[in-house]
Structure formats: structure tokens, C-alpha cells
Ligand binder design. Structure first.
Ligand code: PMP
Ligand code: GLN
Length: 383
């Protein structure tokens, strides 16, 4: 977050996308799709603008979207949040995470347990909240939570266990056993589970299981998602959370002074997306699964060891097999060596813990098939 000169650094995503733009390399760094999502969703946004849905929406969100979020939770997961009291629309999942942390934790006596490597905003937002970050490692190659370390990490000082499942940057989907252990520890130490499930519909060969569906979990869980990944609208920043009413009220108290509201005409468009038939949702998972396989085959052919992800946009590969000892240096050289940009996993871990992840690299598979094929052909030059 803060560099050696005391200034807040640009995110790794801004840095790597700039590197791709500068060198003309294929950008498999920042996770965003290079194709538009469902035409129904795009058309609904244009229609809403033309129909004059252009002023501040209600603070909790457009009623059509609140209803659609609740109906989606019911259709896919059997959850039944009250759209008027247990749902909140936010400026992306990022604002949902930020407002939730700012609402629930305040000083260094409050601890937030995170799974490491973690999405980089988590460490930054915990730092902005003033709380202490307590990382629990996920180990190569399957990146499941280290449950002994988790049991040591969760104490009566733990205010929040911040879960991300399916997990960025590793692509892991947490096991049932790990999820159950998280809920049991949260209950024992009276912690709130904050779960970022933005990749809920990008899970391969199985169905997503929200942690809020586990017995005893809903009443202490803030579940966060976003339309960005599901509808390929990462630039729209329409996110949401579902939680018991008292938790939603606490988060809303903060959120009203962060952005107040956002994206008026985009909210009914995301509602239209959430109402698409089941075949849309299974289709995006199947499409990304074949891209994962294409990228994975290209990485293996180039000489990497590959961790096959169970979900998300991302695949982690070990460059040690190619003689690399420092993935950050490897990624800086990758545009010149192979015309591809990727992200070192060390960007997602605390400074003291970099050694374990020193040779690991994250590649994004959410690109057109011909782009992935070209990237694979270029990476073959590394051999
Ligand atoms: N959480 C995770 C794990 C992500 O990968 C991302 C986005 N890329 C976000 C949150 C941010 O989502 P949004 O753009 O909806 O703020
Ligand atoms: N979530 C995307 C990623 O992990 C990028 C999000 C961002 O640029 N902030 O690559």
C-alpha cells in the first residue's frame, strides 16, 4: 500500500496494465474481459438512460435491483433476504468491502483475518480502517486454507473473518470442511464473516456454495457480490451485499458518506441480468472453463507448473521450472521476452511472507480464445 518513500503506491493492476499498453504486450495481468456481456443487459442500460433514470437512486438501491438481488439469492441458493431491509446496493464490491470494514472495525485492537495471498484492496482497506491484518496462508498447489493456522489466527480480538471464495488470485474454491471451520470459529469468537463472492458464477464443474447457507452463518455474515464479473461489466461498478438488517444498517451508515449512491441507470440493467435464465449462468462458467483449459495447456507447454483453478478468471503458475527465482522480476521482463503481461503473486501477500510465493505468477484467462491462443504461442518462446 505505502511505498518506501511514504507515498501510497499505484495498484499492481494500474502498473501492469500500463506496462501492457506501453509495450503492446497481451494483457493477462488485470482481470477484465475483452468482450461485452449479454446484450439484454447493455440494452436495458441504454433504455433506462433514455427513460430518464438519471437522478440519484434511493440510498439502499433501486427497488427493482433490490428485488432482483433477493430473487437471485433465493433461486440459486435458497436464501431469502428481505429486499427492503437485508440488501444494499454499493459502488462495486469494493465499496461494499470498504463500507463494511469501516463500519465494523476501528483501531489496532480489532483484527481482520484474511486468507493470503489476498485481493490487494483487502490489505489497503484494512489499513485505512486502522485495524490489524492477520493473514492465514493458502499453500501451493491447491491453495486451501491452512486450518491449523486459521485456528491460531482467530481469537477474541477477531472482529471480521474476510473470506473470498471463489478466490482471487489463486482460483481456489474453498472445501466444505474449510467453510464449516470458518463458521465454527466465527461463532466461537463472535466474529462477523465478510465474504466476497464476486466470482460466484465462475465456478467450474460444481455449484457455488455461499458461506451464508451454512447452519448458523447467515445471522453473522455479510455476503458481497457484484455485476462486474457475471455480466462482463467491470467498469459499471454495481455491487451489493446481503446481511441481517442490523448489519446492513451499520454498513449503510458509512456508505451514505462514501458514495451516497451510484449508477442509477445501470442498476435496473443489472437487475435484468440477474433475471436471465439459468442457461446464461451455466454458459458463462462453461465458456470460462474452456478458456482456463486453453491457457493452462499453453502455460504447461511453455514449461510452467500449473495449479488448475476451480473457479475465477485466474490461473497461478510456478515459473521456478523455467529457472525463475523472483516472479516480480520475471513479470517485468515477460513483455520483452514473450510479449505477455502477468502479475507476480507477491503483489498479493504481506512483505514478510513473500518467500513462499516468490516464483508464482497469476495469469488471467478472461480473454477471447484467439488472444489466449496467441499468448500461448508467444509463451512457447520461454522454453
Ligand atoms: N473482490 C475481488 C476478489 C475481485 O477480484 C474484484 C475485482 N476485480 C473485486 C472485489 C472488485 O469488484 P468491483 O469491481 O465490483 O468493485
Ligand atoms: N479484480 C481485478 C483483478 O484482480 C482487477 C480489479 C482492479 O483493477 N482493481 O485483476
Amino acid at each position: 500500500l505505502v511505498g518506501d518513500d511514504g507515498r501510497i503506491r499505484p495498484t499492481i493492476f494500474a502498473e501492469m496494465s500500463a506496462l501492457a499498453a506501453r509495450t503492446g504486450a497481451i494483457n493477462l495481468g488485470q482481470g477484465f474481459p475483452d468482450e461485452d456481456g449479454p446484450p439484454e443487459v447493455l440494452a436495458a442500460a441504454a433504455e433506462a438512460i433514455a427513460a430518464g433514470v438519471n437522478q440519484y437512486p434511493p440510498g439502499r438501491g433501486n427497488a427493482v435491483l433490490l428485488d432482483a438481488i433477493a430473487a437471485h439469492q433465493s433461486r440459486f441458493y435458497g436464501l431469502d433476504p428481505d429486499p427492503a431491509r437485508e440488501v444494499l446496493v454499493t459502488a462495486g464490491a469494493t465499496e461494499a468491502i470498504a463500507a463494511t470494514l469501516l463500519a465494523l472495525v476501528s483501531g489496532p485492537d480489532d483484527e481482520v483475518v484474511v486468507f493470503e495471498p489476498y485481493y490487494d484492496a483487502y490489505a489497503a482497506l484494512v489499513a485505512l480502517s486502522g485495524a490489524r491484518l492477520v493473514p492465514v496462508p493458502l499453500h501451493w498447489p491447491d491453495f486451501q486454507p491452512d486450518l491449523d493456522r486459521l485456528r491460531d489466527a482467530v481469537t477474541d480480538r477477531t472482529r471480521v473473518i474476510l473470506v473470498n471464495d471463489p478466490h482471487n488470485p489463486t482460483g481456489a474454491v474453498f472445501s466444505r470442511h474449510a467453510r464449516g471451520e470458518i463458521v465454527a470459529l466465527a461463532e466461537r469468537h463472535d466474529a462477523v464473516i465478510v465474504t466476497d463472492e464476486v466470482y460466484e458464477h465462475l465456478v467450474f464443474d460444481r455449484s457455488h456454495v455461499p458461506i451464508a447457507t451454512l447452519p448458523g452463518a447467515f445471522e453473522r455474515t455479510v455476503s458481497i457480490s457484484s455485476g462486474g464479473k457475471t455480466f462482463s461489466t467491470t467498469g459499471w461498478k454495481i455491487g451489493w451485499l446481503t446481511a441481517p438488517a442490523d448489519l446492513v444498517d451499520a454498513v449503510l451508515a458509512v456508505k451514505q458518506f462514501l458514495t451516497y449512491v451510484n449508477g442509477a441507470p445501470l442498476q435496473p440493467a443489472i437487475a435484468a441480468g440477474l433475471g436471465l435464465p439459468d442457461s446464461f449462468f451455466s454458459g458463462i462458467a462453461a465458456g470460462l472453463r474452456s478458456k482456463r483449459d486453453l491457457l493452462g495447456a499453453g502455460l504447461a507447454a511453455a514449461g510452467f507448473d500449473v495449479s488448475v483453478p476451480a473457479g475465477t478468471y485466474f490461473t497461478v503458475a510456478d515459473a521456478a521450472a523455467l529457472g525463475a527465482s523472483d516472479a516480480a522480476a520475471f513479470c517485468r521482463e515477460l513483455p520483452a521476452r514473450a510479449g505477455v503481461v502477468a502479475i507476480p503473486l507477491t503483489a498479493f501477500v504481506t512483505r514478510e511472507r513473500r518467500a513462499e510465493y516468490a516464483t508464482l505468477v497469476r495469469f488471467a484467462a478472461c480473454k477471447r480464445v484467439e488472444v489466449l491462443a496467441e499468448a500461448s504461442a508467444r509463451l512457447a518462446a520461454l522454453r
